[in-house]
Design a protein around this ligand. Structure first.
Ligand SMILES: Cc1cc2nc3c(=O)[nH]c(=O)nc-3n(C[C@H](O)[C@H](O)[C@H](O)COP(=O)(O)OP(=O)(O)OC[C@H]3O[C@@H](n4cnc5c(N)ncnc54)[C@H](O)[C@@H]3O)c2cc1C
Length: 615
C-alpha cells in the first residue's frame, strides 16, 4: 500500500480504548491471533460499555470493519454492538463466524466530524471479543487478517518505527514476572545489576497473582543455600491476602508484591509489555522487543544476559533455543513414571471460579452453547455440605483443568474457552435443570479467572535435562542448588470425566487423590514422594543460546521431573539463584555455562553469601 492509502484508513485497536468500561484486555493469544483484544468477561451479565474518541483525518463515507471471533459457532455466545457517535450499527457481532478471528464488514457510515465517538456494547456478558475496528475510505479495501501482512499493515497504521527505541542500558533483562521472574529481577538488582523486568500483565506474580489465584507451596527452609529463600520469605510476609480480593488458597497481595519490586532502584519495571521478538547474533540474544498490550508502543531491550521466566519459554522459543513439550517415553528417559512411548499429553490449564450463597434469589442464563452437564456428569461441592473454600461455598480449584491433548500454545484460546464452556455449563445446569436447583437458588457465581493458570508447556533444554531417577538417587550434582520438596505431582484427565467428555475432559486426577486406586482407570504410576532434592544449576541455562538463563516451569527437566519442581516456592528460589548467578557472570565476564565450567566455586560463594560476595 502507498502512504497516501494509509491516510484514508483509521485503525482503532480495541485494547487502546480510552475507557474500557467493564471489558478487560486479554493479551494471552497475541502471538497466535496477532493482537491483544477486549473481552466482555461478565459471567453472564453484560459488562459496562467501552468508550473512546477517535480523530479522523477527513470526513466522508467510510466502510467499517470489525475484527472479532464467534467463540462457539454457530451460537455466538459473546454478542456485542458498535455505536458510532451514539448510534448503534444494525449488525450484531460475535455471532456469525466460523470460530476463527476475522474482519467483518459492517457496511458504510458517513463521518461528519473528525472527532468520532465509539462505544462497544456487550449484549450477553459471555466473553464477547473485539480486536480492532477499521474505517476505510475505499469500498474495495479488505484488511489483511493474518501473518506478517497483517502485522506490517497494523504497524504502519499505528505509526510504529521499524526499530523501537531503546528502553535503557541493562545488565540483565528478565522476561515474565511470575514468582521466578520477579525473584530473578530482585536478586540481581540487590547484587547491583541494572535489570529490566518485562511482564505482560498489570500485576506481578503470574499464577500467584489475584488474576489466577494459585497459592504458592513447596519447602523453603534448609537446603544447601538457605539464602535462596531470602526473597520468597519477604513475599510471604504479606498479610496473605487472597490474591488481592478472594481466592482459593492464600496468595500474596498483588500490591505488596509490586511494592517489593518497585522498591528496587536497580529494577526498571515494564508492566503490560509482551516480548514478541528476539534480535540474535549467532547463538546470542542481542535484544528483546516488547509491545505494550494497550497502546501498542514498542521498546527494545539490549543486554549481555537474559532470563526467560515466561512459563511458556517464549524467549527461548523465539531465539531458537532447544526445547521440548509433552511427555517423554520410558524408552527415551528410563523414567518409571513416564509412559512407555512419548506423546504430546500435557498437564491441563485451569481457570478457577468461585461462587457463594447470598440472601437473594439469583438466576443464571440458559447456555445451549456450553458443555451439556447432567445429573450424572455434574461434579461440584453441594450446598448440602459445609463450604470448603474460605468464605466461598463453591469453587473450581486445581482439578478443573483442560487441554490435556491440545497444543496449549497454538490452541491456547480454544483451551481457555473450553474451561469457560465447562464452568458456564455447570452453572446453567445447577440453576436451570438440576434436581437440586432449589438448593442453588440463592447461590451466585461470583468470580472466574480469564487469565489461564498454565502448568506444563515448553521446557528449554540445558546442559542437564533432569529426570525422575536423578531426583530419586541419593547422590547430588556438584552444582546442586535449589531444593525441591514437592512430590511427583502429575495430572491426568479424570477417567470419571472421560466417561462423559472423551477427549474433551475438564477435570483431572492426580496421584494424591485418596481414592486414586479406585478411580485410576488406565492411568499408569502411583504416588511417589521425594526426599528434598537440590536441582543442579545446569538446568537453569540454555544449552545452545549462550547468554540465556531460565527459571520457573520452563527449566531443563523432563515432563516427569517437572512435576515436583514446578511449585512456586521452588520456582522463586530458581529465580533467586539465576539473579545471583547473573551477577557472578557479569563480575567474572563469563557466560552462564562458563560460570559452571570455570568458576563453580564462585557460584557456590555467591549463593552461600550473596552480600559477602559483592563486597
Ligand atoms: C491451576 C494450578 C494450580 C497449581 N497449584 C499450585 C499450588 O498449589 N502451589 C504452587 O506453588 N504451585 C502450583 N501450581 C504450579 C505453579 O503455579 C506454576 O508451576 C508456576 O506458576 C510457574 O511459575 P513461572 O514463574 O514459571 O510461571 P508463571 O507463574 O506462569 O509466570 C510467568 C509470567 O510470565 C508472563 N509472560 C508470559 N509470556 C510473556 C511474554 N512474552 N512477555 C512478557 N511476559 C510474559 C505471564 O503473563 C506470566 O504471568 C499450579 C499451577 C496451576 C496452573
Amino acid at each position: 500500500m502507498k502512504t497516501d492509502d494509509f491516510k484514508k484508513i483509521v485503525l482503532v485497536e480495541a485494547e487502546s480504548f480510552d475507557d474500557p468500561g467493564g471489558w478487560v484486555v486479554d493479551q494471552q493469544f497475541m502471538d497466535v491471533m496477532g493482537s491483544p483484544f477486549l473481552l466482555a468477561h461478565g459471567l453472564g451479565k453484560p459488562v459496562a460499555n467501552a468508550r473512546s474518541t477517535v480523530k479522523f483525518n477527513s470526513i466522508g463515507k467510510y466502510r467499517v470493519w470489525i475484527r472479532t471471533r464467534d467463540w462457539v459457532p454457530p451460537f455466538g455466545p459473546g454478542k456485542f454492538r458498535l455505536h458510532i457517535n451514539g448510534s448503534p450499527l444494525e449488525k450484531i457481532f460475535g455471532a456469525d463466524g466460523d470460530g476463527s478471528w476475522q474482519w467483518h464488514d459492517c457496511g458504510t457510515v458517513g463521518i461528519k466530524d473528525t472527532s468520532v465517538k465509539l462505544e462497544l456494547e456487550d449484549l450477553t456478558g459471555f466473553e464477547g471479543r473485539c480486536d480492532a475496528i477499521l474505517f476505510a475510505k475505499s469500498a474495495d479495501f479488505i484488511p489483511p487478517n493474518s501473518g506478517e501482512e497483517m502485522m506490517d499493515f497494523r504497524r504502519c497504521l499505528l505509526g510504529l518505527p521499524e526499530t523501537p527505541p531503546d528502553a535503557g542500558t541493562f545488565d540483565l533483562v528478565v522476561a515474565g514476572g511470575g514468582y521466578a521472574g520477579l525473584c530473578a529481577a530482585v536478586s540481581a538488582a540487590r547484587m547491583g545489576l541494572k535489570v529490566a523486568l518485562i511482564h505482560d500483565r498489570p500485576v506481578l506474580g503470574g499464577n500467584a497473582s489475584g488474576e489466577v489465584r494459585v497459592g504458592p507451596i513447596g519447602g523453603i527452609d534448609g537446603g544447601l543455600y538457605p539464602h535462596n529463600a531470602d526473597i520468597i520469605k519477604e513475599l510471604h510476609m504479606t498479610p496473605r491476602g487472597m490474591g488481592g480480593s478472594g481466592g482459593i488458597r492464600s496468595c500474596p497481595d498483588d500490591d505488596f508484591v509490586k511494592a517489593i519490586v518497585k522498591a528496587e532502584n536497580n529494577i526498571s519495571l515494564f508492566l503490560e509489555m509482551h516480548v514478541y521478538l528476539t534480535e540474535m547474533k549467532d547463538s546470542k540474544i542481542i535484544a528483546l522487543r516488547a509491545r505494550h498490550i494497550r497502546n501498542s508502543k514498542e521498546l527494545r531491550f539490549a543486554a549481555p544476559l537474559f532470563a526467560d521466566c515466561t512459563g511458556d519459554a517464549s524467549v527461548g522459543y523465539l531465539a531458537g533455543a532447544d526445547w521440548r513439550m509433552g511427555r517423554e517415553g520410558r524408552d527415551q528417559t528410563g523414567e518409571a513414571l513416564a509412559p512407555k512411548k512419548g506423546d504430546g499429553m500435557l498437564m491441563g490449564v485451569s481457570n478457577f471460579w468461585l461462587a457463594n450463597h447470598t440472601e437473594h434469589t439469583a438466576s443464571f442464563p440458559v447456555c445451549p452453547w456450553a458443555l451439556h452437564i447432567t445429573e450424572e456428569s455434574v461434579d461440584v461441592s453441594t450446598p448440602k455440605h459445609p463450604p470448603k473454600f474460605g468464605q466461598y461455598a463453591y469453587a473450581a480449584g486445581w482439578n478443573w483443568e483442560a487441554g490435556f491433548n491440545d497444543d496449549q500454545i497454538k490452541d491456547a484460546e480454544h483451551v481457555r474457552d473450553h474451561n469457560f464452556r465447562a464452568m458456564y455449563g455447570t452453572w446453567d445446569f445447577l440453576k436451570n435443570r438440576s434436581n437440586d436447583r432449589k438448593l442453588y437458588e440463592k447461590a451466585e457465581f461470583g468470580w472466574a479467572g480469564y487469565i489461564m493458570g498454565k502448568r506444563d508447556t515448553r521446557r528449554l533444554l540445558g546442559d542437564i535435562v533432569l529426570r525422575q531417577q536423578d531426583i530419586m538417587r541419593p547422590e547430588i550434582y556438584p552444582d546442586a542448588c535449589v531444593t525441591a520438596t514437592w512430590y511427583f505431582d502429575l495430572h491426568f484427565p479424570h477417567p470419571g470425566n472421560t466417561r462423559f467428555f472423551p477427549g474433551q475432559e475438564f477435570r483431572s486426577l492426580a496421584y494424591d487423590d485418596p481414592n486414586f486406586e479406585s478411580l485410576r482407570g488406565d492411568i499408569e504410576g502411583s504416588y511417589t514422594k521425594i526426599e528434598p532434592y537440590p536441582i543442579p544449576y545446569r538446568c537453569f541455562y540454555s544449552r545452545n543460546i549462550s547468554n540465556l538463563f531460565m527459571a520457573g516451569r520452563n527449566i531443563s527437566v523432563t515432563h516427569v521431573a517437572l512435576a515436583p519442581v514446578r511449585v512456586m516456592n521452588t520456582t522463586a528460589m530458581m529465580g533467586t539463584v539465576v539473579g545471583r548467578a547473573a551477577y557472578a557472570c557479569r563480575r567474572l565476564d563469563v557466560s552462564p555455562r562458563g560460570l559452571y565450567e570455570r568458576n563453580l566455586e564462585d557460584l557456590k560463594k555467591v549463593l552461600s553469601d550473596p552480600e559477602g560476595y559483592v563486597s
